[in-house]
Design a binder for this molecule. Sequence first.
Ligand code: ADP
Length: 158
Amino acid sequence: MGCGRLQLTLALIKPDIHGHPRLYRHLVDTVLQNRLLFVRSRVLRWSQKDSGHFYAEHEGRFFYNRLVGFMASGQMSAHILAGEHAIRRWRELMGPTKTFRAQFTHRNSIRGQFGLTDTRNCTHGADSEDSARREIAIFFPEFDAKTWWKEHSEFFKE
Ligand code: ADP
């Protein structure tokens, strides 16, 4: 593989598509075909409180209550992904935040193909190394990134 920056990122498969096995399968294939690796995965359901806390930066925006309710409306899954420029690449695969924009400008992205509304937009991805670290710790508090890289960075050299 090339010599890009190796990163971990945090991805969420939101409740709108979590319950759809074929879509889910397609998403997993998309990730793997793009040479991102699933490092850890778990299925969970958020309370309104967890959801509100995670999206606290959006408190007061017109979509906040809708977003918090949606994210607590059913099961979802959280994943640590690894790969070269994993943070940027997962966000590229997701497409723009707003589904209605994604459908025009990034039709092949996950949100462009499967998003239902600007809120029900399929996925989440950390947007910086700091947020990736913080979000990984929220969902996988026992995960030790340093040890993981020690044991797995060889994998990316082939
Ligand atoms: P992203 O998920 O792309 O990082 P943001 O952090 O800005 O985007 O927003 C968090 C989530 O809030 C979005 O993924 C989407 O579900 C919802 N959201 C953001 N902007 C809007 C909007 N204008 N209208 C409705 N929902 C929105």
